[in-house]
Write a protein that binds this ligand. Structure first.
Ligand SMILES: Cc1cc2nc3c(=O)[nH]c(=O)nc-3n(C[C@H](O)[C@H](O)[C@H](O)COP(=O)(O)O)c2cc1C
Length: 202
């Protein structure tokens, strides 16, 4: 374990204490480099096969996706994207997802789902998590609990990294599950756990 200097500890404390949810964004696009840095901080590889957020049994049942609305890279038109390189680089475009359709999944008409520059999707492979932890709990739902706890760690990393880039964000978990499944059409086995809107402060 490294021992960090007082300056470093103070920067970390400032970052944690100044973190607030941001729901109003300017029209400024988010830079691709900033987005990739944020995602790498949240869930990128580190150590010997581990990642930056903890995971029960180092199973890593979570995947991140990005719904791009405004990015500074013209080679990335709006749409739904995966991440490559174990969450270091923006990967292939999987399809179109309109910001309006995303907003329509909200249980509270959270308009920031439509106006954010990027909305990240934290998705879980629930079948894999349930199967892996089936011996810990007779109803098989231990895997769900662990995936949700891990999602919280990823979301806090996302929040702090976003703040460090001078951007802002907010978690949105109040969505209609069925509608979101239909809207995103994620790869097989994956279901959304939470969304994280990102944009420049207005
Ligand atoms: C599990 C969870 C779900 C949340 N869902 C929503 C949501 O659906 N819409 C929203 O605008 N904010 C949502 N939030 C953000 C909270 O409203 C916010 O964190 C809280 O008001 C405290 O404000 P702060 O983040 O600025 O400290 C959620 C936060 C958590 C932890």
């Amino acid at each position: 374990m490294s021992h960090y200097s007082e300056d470093t500890r103070s920067i970390l404390a400032d970052l944690i204490e100044s973190r607030r949810s941001l729901r109003e964004y300017s029209r400024t696009p988010v830079s691709r480099a900033a987005l990739e840095w944020i995602v790498a901080c949240a869930q990128g590889p580190s150590g010997a096969g581990q990642r930056n957020a903890p995971s029960a049994h180092a199973l890593y049942p979570l995947r991140l996706f990005a719904i791009i609305n405004r990015l500074d890279d013209s080679s990335c038109p709006p749409g739904l994207y995966a991440f490559d390189g174990a969450h270091r680089r923006l990967g292939p475009r999987l399809g179109t997802t309109s910001p309006q359709a995303l907003r329509a999944t909200s249980l509270a008409d959270d308009h920031w789902l439509e106006h954010a520059a990027v909305v990240l999707v934290v998705a879980a492979d629930y079948p894999a998590a349930r199967a892996h932890f089936a011996d810990q709990q007779p109803d098989g739902l231990r895997g769900d609990r662990y995936a949700h706890i891990e999602t919280g760690a990823v979301l806090q990393n996302l929040h702090l990294a976003t703040q460090a880039q001078g951007l802002g964000g907010v978690i949105v978990a109040g969505f209609d599950d069925r509608r979101l499944v239909d809207t995103l059409a994620l790869p097989d086995g994956l279901r959304s756990v939470a969304l994280f809107c990102i944009g420049a402060p207005s």
